[in-house]
Design a binder for this molecule. Structure first.
Ligand code: PHE
Length: 360
C-alpha cells in the first residue's frame, strides 16, 4: 500500500501546485486519465487474487475519489480566482465626474413663445399659423391697405422676385402677423379667439430693429366684444408674463388701417442704475399695436360686420423677451453666438406652464 500513499502524496501536491486550469488538467490526466497512474493500478486489480482484491479495491477507489474531489475543489478555486482577477481588472470608479456633453439651450424667443402660448391658451386662445411668404392681398389689401395707401411705404417690405413679364401682384415676406387674422377668420369664421406667433420681415436694421423679427398677433371676434375686453386681456397677459405684482399699461390713441379705433400700448418701466425694471419708474416702452377690427377687414375675411365685432393686437416678441430677461441688444438674438445662447438660453426640459412657473 506504500505505492498508493506515494501516489496520493504526489498527486495531491500536484493538484495544490497547479497554477491554472490547464496545469490542473495535466495533473488529472496523469492520475486518472485513460493511461493515468491510478487508472493503470485499477486495471491491475484484474490480475489479483480475490483476497488481494478485497483490500486493494476499496483502497484504490478511495484514492480515486479523494483525488477526484481534490481536483474539483482546486478547479473551483481556480475559477473563483480567475473571476476575482477579472473583476479587479474591470473595476469602475463610479465616483469619477461624468464627461461633460455639449448641451443646447432654448432660445429666449422660443421660450417666450412657449410662455405666451401658455398664458393665452389659459384665456381660451388657440394658435393659428400662416405662411411667411405671403400674397400682397393677405398682407395688405385684405387688411384695408390698398395699393396706393401710404402705410405700404412704412412697412419697408421685402418683395419676392418676379419674372419681368409677370404682371401679377408680387408676393412679399410678410411684414406683420396680421394676415393670419384674415386666414384664421376665412377658415374658421366667427366667433374666434386665436393668437399667431411667428416671424415677420422688414428692411430695417439697428440696435432695436432686425430685418427678421417676431410678432404675436391676437384676434378675438364675438357678438359684442369691446375695447374694455381688449384692455383686460392685455393687462392680464402682462401681469402673467412679466411675473411682477404691478404692471402699468398706457393706451395711446393711434392709427392702423385695419383697426378702428386703434391704440398703441406702452408699459411702465424704470432704467434706474442702468437696470430695466417693469412696473415701476417713469419711463414707458411701446410693446404693441391694437384696436377694434375694422369692418372692412371682417368683410374681406367673410365675417358679417353687422353680426360680429372684436379686437386684434400685434406684439413684438423679441421686444418683450428683451424686457423680461434684460437682454440689451436685439441683434445678438440672431447671431447664433453659442456664448450668448448659453448665457440667455433656457434648459431644454423646462417647459413653461402656468402652474409650474413660466420661467425657471
Ligand atoms: N400689425 C401691426 C404692426 O405690425 C400691429 C397691429 C396688429 C395693430 C393688430 C393693430 C392690430 O405694427
Amino acid at each position: 500500500m506504500d505505492t498508493l500513499d506515494t501516489l496520493r502524496a504526489k498527486y495531491l501536491q500536484g493538484v495544490a501546485a497547479a497554477a491554472d486550469e490547464a496545469a490542473l488538467e495535466d495533473v488529472r490526466l496523469a492520475a486518472l486519465g485513460k493511461k493515468g497512474e491510478v487508472s493503470l493500478k485499477m486495471r491491475e486489480l484484474g490480475q489479483m487474487s480475490p483476497e488481494q482484491r478485497l483490500t486493494a479495491g476499496p483502497a484504490l477507489n478511495a484514492l480515486k475519489d479523494e483525488l477526484d474531489a481534490a481536483l474539483r475543489a482546486r478547479k473551483a478555486a481556480l475559477a473563483d480566482a480567475a473571476l476575482d482577477e477579472r473583476l479587479k481588472a474591470e473595476w469602475l470608479d463610479v465616483t469619477l465626474p461624468a464627461r461633460p456633453r455639449p448641451r443646447g439651450t432654448i432660445h429666449p424667443v422660443s421660450q417666450v413663445m412657449e410662455e405666451l402660448t401658455a398664458i393665452f391658451a389659459d384665456m381660451g386662445f388657440a394658435v393659428a399659423e400662416g405662411p411667411q411668404i405671403e400674397s400682397d392681398w393677405y398682407n395688405f389689401d385684405a387688411l384695408n391697405i390698398p395699393p396706393e395707401h401710404p402705410a405700404r411705404q412704412e412697412h419697408d417690405t421685402f418683395f419676392m422676385a418676379r419674372a419681368a413679364d409677370d404682371t401679377r401682384p408680387p408676393h412679399v415676406l410678410r411684414t406683420h402677423t396680421s394676415p393670419v387674422q384674415i386666414r384664421a377668420m376665412t377658415e374658421k369664421g366667427a366667433p374666434i379667439r386665436v393668437i399667431a406667433p411667428g416671424r415677420v420681415y422688414r428692411m430695417d436694421m439697428d440696435q432695436t430693429h432686425a430685418p427678421m423679427f417676431h410678432q404675436v398677433e391676437g384676434l378675438a371676434i364675438d357678438r359684442n366684444l369691446s375695447m374694455a375686453n381688449l384692455k383686460w386681456v392685455l393687462e392680464e397677459f402682462c401681469r402673467a408674463f412679466f411675473e411682477v405684482p404691478n404692471v402699468d399699461l398706457r393706451f395711446r390713441a393711434s392709427h392702423f388701417p385695419f383697426t378702428e379705433p386703434s391704440a398703441e400700448v406702452d408699459i411702465r418701466c424704470s432704467w434706474a442704475g442702468g437696470q430695466l425694471k417693469i412696473g415701476e419708474g417713469d419711463s414707458w416702452l411701446e410693446i404693441l399695436g391694437s384696436g377694434m377690427v375694422h369692418p372692412k377687414v371682417l368683410k374681406a375675411a367673410g365675417v358679417d360686420p353687422d353680426q360680429w365685432q372684436g379686437f386684434a393686437f400685434g406684439m413684438g416678441i423679441d421686444r418683450i423677451a428683451m424686457l423680461k430677461y434684460g437682454i440689451p441688444d436685439l441683434r445678438a438674438f440672431f447671431d447664433s453666438d453659442l456664448r450668448w445662447l448659453r448665457h440667455y438660453g433656457f434648459a431644454a426640459l423646462d417647459m413653461p406652464t402656468l402652474h409650474g412657473g413660466l420661467s425657471r
